[in-house]
Ligand binder design. Sequence first.
Ligand SMILES: *[C@@H]1O[C@H](CO)[C@@H](O)[C@H](O)[C@H]1NC(C)=O
Ligand SMILES: *[C@@H]1O[C@H](CO)[C@@H](O)[C@H](O)[C@H]1NC(C)=O
Ligand SMILES: *[C@@H]1O[C@H](CO)[C@@H](O)[C@H](O)[C@H]1NC(C)=O
Ligand SMILES: *[C@@H]1O[C@H](CO)[C@@H](O)[C@H](O)[C@H]1NC(C)=O
Ligand SMILES: *[C@@H]1O[C@H](CO)[C@@H](O)[C@H](O)[C@H]1NC(C)=O
Ligand SMILES: *[C@@H]1O[C@H](CO)[C@@H](O)[C@H](O)[C@H]1NC(C)=O
Ligand SMILES: *[C@@H]1O[C@H](CO)[C@@H](O)[C@H](O)[C@H]1NC(C)=O
Ligand SMILES: *[C@@H]1O[C@H](CO)[C@@H](O)[C@H](O)[C@H]1NC(C)=O
Ligand SMILES: *[C@@H]1O[C@H](CO)[C@@H](O)[C@H](O)[C@H]1NC(C)=O
Length: 855
Amino acid sequence: MGLGFFTSFLILALFFRPFLCQQPNTDGFFVSDFLQKMGLSSSKGYNFSAPICTWQGVFCEKENVVGLVASGLGLSGLIPETSIGKLNKLEYLDLSNNKITALSSDFWSLGSLKALKLSSNQISEPLPNNIGNFGLLESLDLSSNNFSGTIPEAISSLLSLQVLKLDRNRFESRIPSGILNLHSLVSIDLSSNQLDGSLPDGFVAAFPKLKSLNLAGNGIRGRDSDFVGIKSMTYLNISRNLFHGSVIGVFQEPLEMIDLSQNQFQGHISQVHFNSSFNWSHLVYLDLSENHLSGEVFSNLHDAHNLKHLNLAYNRFSQQTFPEISRLSGLEYLNLSGTNLIGHILAEISEFPTLRTLDLSKNHLNGQIPLLSIKNLQVLDVSNNNLSGDIPVSLLEKLPWMEKFNFSYNNLTLCASEFSPETLQTAFIGSLNSCPIAANPDLFRRKSPQHRGLKLALALAISLVCLLVGLLFLAFGCRRKTRMWAVKQNSYKEEQIVSGPFSFQTDSTTWVADVKLSTSVPVVIFEKPLLNFTFADLLSATSHFDRGTLLAEGRFGPVYRGFLPGGIHVAVKVLVHGSTMTNQEAARELEHLGRIKHPNLVPLTGYCLAGDQRIAIYDYMENGNLQNLLHDLPLGVQTTEDWSTDTWEEDENDGIQNVGSEGLLTTWRFRHKIALGTARALAFLHHGCSPSIIHRDFKASSVYLDSNLEPRLSDFGLAKIFGNGLEDEIACGASGYVPPEFLQLESGSPKTLTPKSDVYGFGVVLFELITGKKPVEDDYPDEKEANLVTWVRGLVRKNQGTRAIDPKICGTGLETQMGEALKIGYLCTADLPLKRPSMQQIVGLLKDIEPVLHQ
Ligand SMILES: *[C@@H]1O[C@H](CO)[C@@H](O)[C@H](O)[C@H]1NC(C)=O
Ligand SMILES: *[C@@H]1O[C@H](CO)[C@@H](O)[C@H](O)[C@H]1NC(C)=O
Ligand SMILES: *[C@@H]1O[C@H](CO)[C@@H](O)[C@H](O)[C@H]1NC(C)=O
Ligand SMILES: *[C@@H]1O[C@H](CO)[C@@H](O)[C@H](O)[C@H]1NC(C)=O
Ligand SMILES: *[C@@H]1O[C@H](CO)[C@@H](O)[C@H](O)[C@H]1NC(C)=O
Ligand SMILES: *[C@@H]1O[C@H](CO)[C@@H](O)[C@H](O)[C@H]1NC(C)=O
Ligand SMILES: *[C@@H]1O[C@H](CO)[C@@H](O)[C@H](O)[C@H]1NC(C)=O
Ligand SMILES: *[C@@H]1O[C@H](CO)[C@@H](O)[C@H](O)[C@H]1NC(C)=O
Ligand SMILES: *[C@@H]1O[C@H](CO)[C@@H](O)[C@H](O)[C@H]1NC(C)=O
């Protein structure tokens, strides 16, 4: 009987519920009504008659809209009732950068919201207590609106809140004590409002996870002791408030950026010892300007050798010499204006290569201006001192290219007349008086060489640019070779400001992300559009794509493991082998893949286009892939170990909990579950998507197991992004998954992949699941040809299929079912593609032999 029986079986199994990738649903009405009533015309590229889930900025789960991003669309006016307020599954809403003036009353029933972004609109009303309805909210951004009144106490209900941004509104009176409930807060920004009063008691200590606090630009009264108990905070900004006391109490671990400017901090700071547990080398940004600090500048500053920004301007310091900051050579901004300095400018600042802004105005400095490193210098103010002598020629030559300079009210000699009369009248006030133009003919004659000097500088600058361009070309030419760029190590916000190009090496490849500034390359996370991740976050998530985070090196390129901020566990797949698609096409394709959801597919979480690298970001799969599970024993497990003795357990819901994955494979039930789930995934890609998706590279290592040990298929759709070269590659591969039509065709004949190529691959994986043997190069009893397919097909043909069953599968009475499963594999691996069943049919066949739970 065998095969005859099977063909009739197959015909019976020919009914299936068709599934579609996206379908219009009732949420579509609410969204289109909202967009149209808010003034969005279909001319903006929206096709209101297309299914909602295909619209740009709309994210669906099943048939519900869970995410809506309508930022910068010019939406204006009131949000109408019975529109987006009715999207009861909505989790992410971004309406930023529009002209919205008011919210609807049903807006407050969006109880599923996890992230809400309304920033940069014109909403002019108090925030109602209804905000407490959003109990699942993790991120709330209402910045740059016109919200007024108090911040409601009901905010205390937002227990999951991590990000709170209410800055640039007109909120007034005290910060409500309800905020103390929000223990998950990571970032608070209440800056630029009209808040006053003091901070609620225990404010800082209430937020153990708080990293960033900005209260700047309010009228809050407080003192240094308000900040005792900082735990995680690296950023503190209380600029422009009414804080007083000694700044010393504020310096606490692990602060890196401190802005206390424009407050009323006082005290003789030079005489007090700063808390010794504060590590000055972590400090990156310090602004104490416009307070009432007295005494001299503290000597601990010398240890802050990673400091980039230092502003001590306008305090009440006693007369002092230039502070000892010679180790702070990474400074980019130095402002010591009005700090009562006498004596000479510290000579060492001429060796600060990154200095961009130097303000030494309003002091009593004398002597000459040192030879500054002018490479990055853009702002220089030495006005109102007693400096004398010539301005260094290199500096004079740089001035025309600088943003701002001021030499007024000194005793400098300036005889160059390249400057326009206006410049001379504003930037050199009081310095010209002493220029002995008339008195000293030598100085007068220096005019023309200096003029040439400027031209020379211009010529030099141009040739430098050419040289740079040339070098850049050279660099690009080399980068396909194994050349490594040193990844700049930078302590300031370490990964965030590093600039590229970046080069990374694995055992088999070197890949380069040709991006200039890692923070300027966005990472798109489909379901969390409000988290503005950048390539810099990928760098830090993977420790600069460190080999230690490498999970695998697949056909497409290396795969890394990482945690994005917020604890998002991801697998980062770099598609290194070049792509024929443009950035736009690749982005469109990846967005499309991101919308394809099925319980048996590994979800594509997001992507990043870094230079010409396409980087796909997937949910991390906790339990590895089928290839490892079947063929590679976990580390530390002996090959001789008897798997059948491993314990495993199932609960009522068919979920398998916390068992060593090796043990799972001892049941046919589990192996069948993997086969069926994988078949469902392929059937969905082939028949449920339009246009249908051919996986093209299906194999055991494409099947992953998630945290519930559900099988999930990965890498679907990537081949397309790769272009057609891959098909030749597949044909060349000897992996054991290549369908015979690819091996047999004469070279030169077209090799077209069809869904039936995937079906063949599925058959091979099914054989692997049942026999526990690898597709090639394993031990196949009584078989000379080293190939799983020919071996099993031979046995099935002789009706001896059960001899191929993996002896590690325990339990008896299931041999018949496993024999039938082998026959399904037999059909799938038919030589002629036409004879292979479709994946829909295979799902039906597998369901019919599903083992029932009986033990
Ligand atoms: C809009 O979508 C509908 C349904 O998908 C389609 O038939 C129609 O051609 C689309 N119109 C445009 C202008 O793209
Ligand atoms: C903000 O609200 C105030 C008072 O309601 C109003 O005078 C002002 O024009 C509003 N500003 C904007 C930009 O809407
Ligand atoms: C502090 O906040 C104010 C207002 O938002 C801003 O202008 C300033 O740049 C901030 N300081 C730092 C160090 O970010
Ligand atoms: C120093 O700071 C730690 C915690 O940051 C605190 O426990 C300790 O009391 C402080 N010591 C002084 C002298 O301020
Ligand atoms: C400060 O931090 C740096 C780098 O994190 C570390 O090397 C150094 O030992 C620390 N210093 C103190 C005094 O803790
Ligand atoms: C230096 O600091 C003072 C006080 O904050 C400020 O007014 C001035 O603009 C700063 N100078 C520069 C060049 O930024
Ligand atoms: C300015 O410096 C000169 C010496 O260079 C000195 O004689 C003079 O007293 C100084 N003037 C002031 C106001 O400090
Ligand atoms: C200006 O500098 C010259 C020397 O360069 C000095 O002779 C003169 O006294 C200085 N004038 C003032 C007002 O400091
Ligand atoms: C330079 O400083 C002087 C004195 O502070 C001031 O009057 C003048 O406007 C400044 N010029 C420029 C260009 O900033």
